[in-house]
Design a protein around this ligand. Structure first.
Ligand code: SAH
Length: 365
């Protein structure tokens, strides 16, 4: 077996290499994280980009077995933010030089919802005169809907595959047409076809998920040639069916450590993509997102959802900052980024370099 350093320097990482890297502890883990940081400095702009996160609605037609806002969780109060409040959030992001926002919600595919999003996207663009970059994360839709939203001015789309293993996927979802693995893959392809920069991601440390599964997840992201990734630890929610499997879980600290290794491996595998330091990391460790940035993430999504709604967008337990408002976030970002010596790309969209390189290659071939 090759020496760990040799593996880190290989050009074509195999599944076996990735398994070895994901398992790294102690000195090897330090080497892995250092290599990832080196690559981040060399292949990204080496700035951290902000996306003000608006958790638009927790109404969801889906029933994913792990998710706190699943349709069948009747203990969850439901909300949808009013248009004017969404526009206030966008204005806030603009005034605070965030560069971009993310509009995320539970999944709905009805016409009024689709049109509402189109209107909001148009309004946000009007308000910012096209200055704010817009990522949306609104689940599986048809190609026509993706095109409509792209034409309305969103340009990045985040749809996590959750796990690239179809068997595990089946076990995490009700067995019906609405929760179909192949449909989700088709949706990812359609998002790209519609013109979006494509983002996906997975949950890390799910019940019955193996290190081999996670290595496959990384290879899946590479094969899909995604432009951005958001992934983080799975965190159990007591009002979901998957909570019954909680005795199969590794400790939260182990899931966190594995998430850091996933970020490092992904950075080494896909050097110039955008990788988000996700909120779920912060749910386990107050400085989880900063640690992720130190390792190789380069996107931060400060929550700018009005404080009164935040407590209801509970995908998992211990979700941080639910008792705060956007302005608390703002002071917090500067302090936190200064602490780890990272430069923030204020007023920039900060799209992944990967997307532009890809486009160039496609147009010259
Ligand atoms: N409806 C949108 C996004 C809403 S949920 C969509 O379908 O893409 C956003 C993400 O939260 C999900 O993709 C999932 O990866 C994550 N999530 C949900 N429940 C979680 C849990 N219990 N622990 C960690 N992450 C969770």
């Amino acid at each position: 077996m090759s020496n760990f350093k040799d593996i880190l320097n290989k050009d074509n990482l195999t599944k076996q290499d990735l398994v070895c890297m994901l398992n790294a502890e102690g000195k090897n883990r330090d080497l892995l994280h250092r290599k990832s940081k080196e690559i981040t400095k060399k292949f990204t702009t080496n700035k951290v980009y902000l996306r003000g996160l608006i958790e638009y609605s927790n109404v969801c037609v889906k029933d994913c077995l792990y998710c706190g806002i699943r349709k069948s969780n009747t203990q969850q109060k439901r909300y949808t933010i009013s248009d004017s409040e969404v526009l206030n959030c966008a204005q806030y992001a603009l005034e605070n030089n965030y560069g971009s926002i993310v509009l995320q919600a539970g999944e709905r595919t009805d016409k009024p919802f689709i049109s509402k999003i189109t209107t909001l996207l148009n309004e946000i663009n009007k308000l910012s005169k096209g200055k704010l970059g817009i990522t949306i994360s609104l689940g599986e839709q048809t190609l026509e809907v993706y095109k409509e939203w792209f034409d309305a001015g969103a340009h990045r789309y985040l749809l996590r595959i959750e796990t690239s293993n179809s068997e595990l996927y089946k076990n995490l979802h009700p067995k019906n047409r609405m929760h179909n693995f192949q449909h989700r893959i088709d949706a990812l392809n359609n998002i790209r076809l519609a013109g979006f920069k494509l983002g996906t991601g997975v949950m890390i440390g799910l019940p019955n998920q193996t290190i081999e599964n996670l290595a496959d997840d990384l290879l899946f992201m590479k094969a899909m040639n995604v432009d951005m990734v958001g992934m983080g630890p799975y965190i159990e929610h007591q009002h979901t069916p998957l909570f019954n499997d909680k005795n199969l879980l590794a400790s939260k600290q182990k899931r966190l450590a594995l998430s850091y290794n996933m970020i490092a491996c992904l950075r080494i595998l896909m050097k110039d993509i955008n990788i988000a330091a996700t909120t779920a990391l912060q749910a386990i460790d107050n400085f989880g997102r900063e640690k992720a940035i130190k390792i190789g993430a380069n996107v931060l999504m400060p929550n700018i959802t009005p404080g009164s709604f935040r407590d209801n967008y509970k995908l998992y337990e211990d979700k941080p900052c639910t008792n705060e408002n956007a302005s608390d976030c703002n002071t917090c970002i500067d302090v936190r980024m200064n602490m780890i010596g990272s430069e923030v790309g204020y007023n920039e969209w900060g799209d992944s370099k990967h997307f532009f390189k890809n486009k160039k290659q496609l147009s010259s071939s």
